[in-house]
Design a protein around this ligand. Structure first.
Ligand SMILES: Nc1ncnc2c1ncn2[C@@H]1O[C@H](COP(=O)(O)OP(=O)(O)OP(=O)(O)O)[C@@H](O)[C@H]1O
Ligand SMILES: [Mg+2]
Length: 370
């Protein structure tokens, strides 16, 4: 009787073995131990869909909690970020009893952290957040811990809100040296939006980590580790092929692992190369639909034609070539370029060149076009 499948091919679901991110986590652990002067006290994870940003943020939260820190985790997509964070921070503060509350905050709490914050002008909301985080930070500093704030999907956040949030953390953490740490995650298009916005200096000053592909050793560990944890085994050729099929892309690692396990008659007797090959084909059939289809469905016909024109190249494309293939002028093609970068389908690849953001996109779109 095969035991439960250990792999987790689901967005945001922590993998059984989080491979290849030890350096990042070690640096952040070191930062929490050192304090706000450490460059990794505020960090930003950037990577394509399915690269493993959310689960790395989760690991950062676990790390903070294991040191006795409090955590606040939020998604920047929904509006009202500041009031949400303010309320959540106030709850943390209140749940520790009112002993540590300063007078100004106590009066604010008596007034109620109610709905009125939602409609208050942004400047007041920012001031409230700064007050709550300052008081919470002071209180946590007394017992040698701190607060870790994580924000996912920063690229879809409201620019003004993120600026305000950044200014608050800048003040509380950098200027006043309170133990309020930050880790954020975003898709690469953040380069063209938030990180090119001169007002968002806070994000620009965060330590940047590219959540990129896993190297073959890490990929190996991510596949064989969970198998062995279940008391099962995998044939060395099967493992080699599974590792190669993932290209180090984290989501694909889970997908290949999952379907390989599923294809195996008896994993405890050892997953064979034949079974791995079946699992790999199944994973390859599913990956495009899972990762690219959601974005593709939201694109206009023009966007799709642009992307299809890019599949005429095996590497990066010259914008001028794409314009020529589409029979439009370069300026007009530039409009599509910008839109597709925002959608996360395309990345800039040097002067006048672009490429697919996603390594599997080219083949997937070619298959669609056929
Ligand atoms: N380091 C890793 N080792 C093994 N599996 C991983 C690793 N990182 C992520 N995964 C797996 O990859 C998948 C995608 O991870 P995650 O949801 O964190 O991606 P993401 O970058 O946040 O994607 P999105 O931009 O769509 O939110 C999940 O199934 C997760 O378990
Ligand atoms: Mg995510």
């Amino acid at each position: 009787m095969a035991s439960r499948n250990p792999f987790s091919p689901t967005f945001g679901a922590s993998p059984p073995v989080l491979a290849g991110r030890d350096d990042i986590l070690d640096n952040i652990e070191d930062a929490l131990a050192t304090g706000p002067t450490h460059p990794d006290y505020t960090t930003l994870f950037v990577g394509i869909r399915g690269a493993g940003k959310t689960v790395t943020l989760n690991a950062v939260e676990d790390l903070a909690r294991s040191r006795g820190w409090l955590t606040l985790s939020n998604d920047a997509t929904a509006g009202g970020l500041l009031p949400r964070l303010t309320r959540a921070a106030a709850e943390l503060l209140n749940s520790g009893g009112s002993a540590g509350l300063s007078r100004r905050l106590r009066s604010l709490t008596v007034g109620g952290f109610g709905l009125e914050l939602e409609s208050a002008p942004t400047v007041d909301v920012a001031r409230d957040l700064r007050m709550v985080l300052s008081d919470l930070g002071d209180r946590l500093a007394e017992n040698g811990t701190g607060l870790m704030i994580t924000l996912d999907e920063l690229q879809s956040g409201d620019l003004d809100e993120i600026r305000e949030f950044g200014a608050v953390v800048q003040h509380v953490t950098r200027r006043e040296q309170r133990p309020v740490a930050f880790a954020g995650a975003a898709l690469p298009q953040i380069e063209d939006t938030l990180l090119s916005d001169s007002a968002a200096t806070f994000l620009q000053r965060c330590s940047r980590y590219d959540i990129g592909r896993l190297d073959p050793r890490a990929t190996n560990a991510a596949i064989v580790g969970p198998v062995e944890q279940r008391g099962a085994a995998i044939d060395s050729r099967a493992l080699e092929e599974a590792v190669a099929a993932t290209g180090g892309y984290a989501f694909m690692v889970q997908l290949v692992g999952f379907h390989t396990w599923k294809a195996a008659a008896d994993p405890s007797a050892g997953i064979t190369a034949q079974e791995a090959a079946e699992g790999i084909s199944e994973a390859e059939r599913r990956i495009g639909r899972l990762v690219l289809d959601p974005t593709w469905r939201g694109l206009s016909d023009g966007d799709r034609r642009f992307l299809t024109a890019m599949t005429g190249d095996d590497g990066s494309s010259k914008l001028a070539d794409i314009a020529a293939r589409l029979g439009v002028n370069v300026k007009y093609a530039g409009v599509y370029r910008r839109r597709l970068i925002k959608a996360g389908m395309v990345v800039a690849a040097g002067k006048g060149r672009i490429n697919f953001a996603h390594p599997i996109a080219r083949d997937w779109i070619r298959d669609k076009a056929d």
